[in-house]
Write a protein that binds this ligand. Structure first.
Ligand code: 2AM
Length: 172
């Protein structure tokens, strides 16, 4: 069994820009997410078998989802989980339909996806002790979503890391 999730990932240049912006705005911010771990979850799947992973292959064949642009221009903090995040002010229809397809595919493979309403976000820091001050520069990061990934979440002594298991191209 692997602990997996579907996600979209900003391109490397955007990840670096977000990371630099974050360091510039809050040099003291604790427990920042590593730049190589930046992603926007589409559906968290939890324990997934190899058989279920094989089923995703078949199911994705029938998903014809068009590439779209995503703009991360909203910043927020969830006090319950102490998560600092970036999100789109306007969630593009493409992202919602992708998340919906992931949920359907997971369900067809017998996996239960969290029923809570979908709140797309990119986590910048976890378990921070307090919300940081307003940033000097408003976030405004735009990138093209032309693929989606299946990741394995691995905990080791250095913390969490995400291993790409599969990448599917969206229609251009
Ligand atoms: P987070 O960034 O808000 O913590 C991998 O763990 C990804 O799946 C993270 O982006 C995490 O969201 C998200 N996720 C959603 N539901 C989860 C759950 N029940 N357990 C762990 N991660 C979850």
């Amino acid at each position: 069994m692997k602990r997996t999730f579907f996600a979209v990932t900003p391109d490397a240049q955007t990840c670096i820009e977000v990371d630099k912006w974050c360091a510039l705005c809050w040099p003291q911010l604790q427990r920042r997410v590593a730049v190589q771990n930046y992603h926007v979850t589409l559906a968290f799947l939890g324990d997934t078998s190899d058989k279920q992973q094989q089923l995703f292959e078949e199911y994705f064949e029938s998903c014809n989802i068009q590439a779209f642009s995503l703009i991360l221009n909203d910043l927020g903090f969830w006090p319950d989980s102490s998560v600092l995040w970036l999100a789109p002010k306007q969630v593009p229809a493409g992202l919602l339909s992708l998340a919906d397809s992931c949920k359907r595919i997971a369900n067809r493979a017998g996996l239960k996806v969290n029923r809570r309403s979908y709140q797309p976000h990119l986590t910048l820091a976890r378990k921070t002790t307090m919300p940081p001050a307003m940033p000097l520069l408003e976030p405004d990061f735009r990138f093209e979503v032309d693929s989606m990934q299946l990741y394995e979440s691995i905990m080791d002594r250095d913390g969490v890391r995400y291993r790409e298991l599969r990448c599917w191209r969206l229609l251009s």
